[in-house]
Design a protein around this ligand. Structure first.
Ligand code: ATP
Length: 358
């Protein structure tokens, strides 16, 4: 396994696009630690697959270097990088049996036959296909075929990293959860460096130790699920993670307060360090907005209350700005309501980036 260093990577798909300044990856300068489980999360078109293909060697970046530990692999083929890849659609040999498919990458690498038998038997058990070991892959379901693809990636012990590109897309919803837990378990046991592309936040947050949030060709934050929830570094992270996402209220900063369309909200850490000309927003998650009787906070207009089973979501407006709050109790929502913000959960953003406290 290896530490993967992405050293000032930029990528444009053609010289014309580069000249026009249209980069699929604008600048990525980060490292994935040896043995870490990372998810690349972001909306369609943000550059996840481009970055994964640069790590695997399917694509050479326009600028920058890829290093596996201390070795520069930027110009090496995927084979020479010694990585395993699992794609959206299963890549297996239909005419081979399940066991032969799993044995194939090991045979290619001249692993001794006895070891192949042991490893294949172990993997068959892990992916729950022992009973079908000697069946041709052709007749299997999409789920089963994708399990073989996963197994073929995981059966090798010599790989530098395993890369997954939306591997659960074709999997039945109830199986997704099971396979994700299985992957997590395998990661714990073997501590392999895993990079997993998805646009599904549940998938990313449950699989990864660290989630790499991408937006418009950039990595906007790498953090644990808690960090992304509690301190989103960029407004996109606040909006994208969580349901509903973080409230973002356009504001100006004035003597230690955030002023949202005339409503003053005290900032716990005093004046945020905002420069003249920056666009400022106050961010607060709906979980930390309390709906209170008039007089306790800032006045809001409640538009509706949505019951989503485990909780209720209040949709309101603060001087015209949309505001959501999550209610975890059965208390009635007063007609004349105020919103009270938990001071420690208030974040100020300047030009979309978090203004650090202090
Ligand atoms: P998705 O979730 O839809 O797969 P993604 O986050 O993986 O999206 P990429 O596929 O990496 O995004 O695409 C990033 C940008 O690069 C997009 O604007 C896309 O249109 C562009 N792009 C991707 N592949 C090519 C290509 N072969 N030629 C030109 N532009 C491309």
């Amino acid at each position: 396994m290896a530490r993967i260093r992405l050293d000032h990577i930029r990528h444009a798909y053609s010289p014309e696009l580069a000249r026009a300044g249209t980069y699929a990856l604008r600048e990525v300068d980060h490292a994935f630690e040896d043995g870490g489980a990372y998810a690349l999360l972001g909306p369609s078109g943000c550059g996840k697959t481009t970055l994964l293909n640069i790590i695997s060697g399917l694509l050479t970046p326009s600028e920058g270097h890829v290093r596996f530990d201390d070795r520069d692999v930027t110009l090496l083929t995927p084979e020479a990088r010694n990585i395993a890849q699992v794609f959206q659609f299963p890549v297996i040999y239909d005419t081979m049996t399940v066991a032969e498919n799993l044995a194939f990458p090991l045979k290619n690498r001249k692993v001794p036959a006895a070891e192949i038998r042991t490893r294949v038997a172990d993997m068959l058990r892990r992916i729950g296909l022992e009973a079908k070991a000697n069946r041709k892959a052709r007749g299997l379901t999409a789920d089963e075929k994708q399990k073989i693809s996963l197994g073929r990636g995981l059966v090798r012990s010599d790989v530098n990293a395993i890369l997954f590109d939306e591997p659960l897309t074709v999997i039945d919803p109830h199986m997704k959860w099971q396979l994700r837990s299985e992957l997590k378990q395998l990661h714990r046991e073997f501590a392999m460096t895993m990079v997993y592309v998805t646009h599904d936040q549940t998938e990313a947050l449950t699989f990864a130790d660290k989630v790499v949030v991408m937006y418009a060709g950039e990595v906007v934050q790498i953090g644990t699920p808690e960090e992304l929830f509690e301190r989103p570094k960029h407004t996109f992270v606040g909006y994208f993670i969580g349901s509903p996402g973080m409230n973002l209220l356009p504001c100006r900063i004035e003597s230690g307060d955030a002023v949202v369309s005339g409503a003053r909200i005290r900032l716990r850490d005093g004046a945020a360090r905002v420069h003249a000309g920056q666009t400022t927003e106050l961010g607060i998650r709906p979980e930390f907005v309390r709906i209170a009787p008039r007089g306790e906070g800032v006045p809001i207009v409640v538009d509706r209350v949505e019951d989503v089973g485990s909780e209720r979501i209040v949709r309101a407006r603060l001087n015209g700005n949309p505001l959501s709050a999550i209610l975890r109790d059965d208390h009635a929502v007063p007609a004349e309501a105020d919103a009270v913000f938990a001071p420690e959960a208030l974040n100020v953003y300047a030009d979309s980036w978090l203004v650090e406290r202090g």
